[in-house]
Design a protein around this ligand. Structure first.
Ligand code: NAP
Length: 293
């Protein structure tokens, strides 16, 4: 486990961002499909995040689809100069809400244009190529063809920086031979630490690691140790889970997702939470699922 780091910011590409950001996936309707139940609350969540200094927003045009980006535009456009919106491409939604690969050059270009239109931007700051691999885990295999197509969109000036999502270390190495990779977004949290070695490697060369499902995603984190530590600190389990990630490595940028302002406030307050050594040791010892899913 790497040392405690109290820094509030980390460089994402060439921009310093708050390490506690926001993931917008929860703003769409159930199953990340269709409109939100409460649009006013969704817009309020986005505005409150920005008002509280969140300047790293994670999204995709396939959330909704289109709807999450349209909400971001409605809530926050024109965007503050320090806001970094990171989107991802490589998938599309079936009419039944299914998640399908979409990584041909034509589909990737279409996804970039969809993001530009729905976010109201002329250039996308960071685009993650999301390899479909398995559902929430990567599968080995070359990403040269789709990443080459994304790099071509970068050369056209539509994309400023490129990251990778749901990838293996070999795929990151392959990706770096094609273009600069500014961040990696994979499944990681207190109970799922497959990427432990990778995180430390990326930290050494200054690349941001952005865990998706930091709170467990569709299966919220549950652990008696986590609950006990939280109770002892007068915090909630989700706050402790986020505070643990902030201390796990300085290159970790958090994008917890929520559709409620109450949870947003709770999550942002995790930046203030101090984890004493005994709490950290207990959390480090939580039985993990270290297998690839
Ligand atoms: N690259 C990828 O393949 C990929 C995959 C998944 C997600 N992502 C990105 O990662 C972001 C984070 O992942 P995620 O949103 O799926 O999962 P998450 O952040 O691990 O968890 C979100 C879930 O936790 C709940 N929650 C949030 N704060 C809470 C709190 N303080 N107390 C109790 N429950 C709380 C949310 O419900 P409420 O709405 O009720 O708060 C929601 O059900 C997404 O928003 C998305 O931007 C990327």
């Amino acid at each position: 486990m790497s040392s405690i780091d109290s820094s509030r910011t980390f460089r994402l590409a060439d921009r310093p961002v708050q390490r506690l950001g926001y993931g917008a996936m929860q703003l769409a309707g159930p199953g990340v499909f269709g409109p939100p139940k409460d649009e006013a609350e969704a817009l309020a969540v986005l505005r409150e995040a920005a008002a509280n200094g969140v300047n790293h927003l994670d999204t995709s045009d396939y959330y909704g689809p289109h709807i999450t980006n349209q909400l971001i535009r409605k809530a926050l456009h024109p965007y503050g100069e320090d806001l970094v919106i990171v989107t991802k491409i490589g998938a599309r939604r079936g009419t039944d809400g299914s998640w399908l690969p979409a990584s041909s050059p034509e589909e990737l270009a279409q996804a970039v244009y969809d993001n530009l239109r729905n976010l109201g931007l002329e250039t996308l700051e960071v685009v993650n190529f999301r390899s479909m691999g398995r559902a929430h885990g990567p599968a080995e295999g070359s990403i040269e063809a789709p990443l080459g197509a994304v790099a071509e969109l970068q050369r056209k000036g539509l994309v400023r920086h490129i990251g990778l999502s749901n990838v293996t270390r070999a795929q990151i190495e392959e990706g770096r031979r094609i273009c600069e990779i500014v961040c990696v977004q994979n499944h990681y949290n207190l109970a799922h630490r497959v990427d432990d070695v990778l995180i430390d490697e990326l930290a050494r060369d200054g690349t941001a690691y952005v865990p998706f499902f930091p709170l467990g995603g569709f299966t919220p984190l549950q652990s008696s140790i986590l609950s006990e530590v939280a109770q002892g600190l007068g915090a909630t389990p989700m706050q402790v889970a986020l505070a643990w990630l902030l201390r796990r490595s300085p290159n970790i940028l958090l994008i917890p997702g929520t559709s409620s302002r109450a949870h947003l406030r709770e999550n942002l307050a995790a930046a203030e939470l101090d984890l004493p050594p005994d709490a950290l040791a207990a959390l480090d010892g939580i039985k993990m699922d270290s297998r690839s899913p």
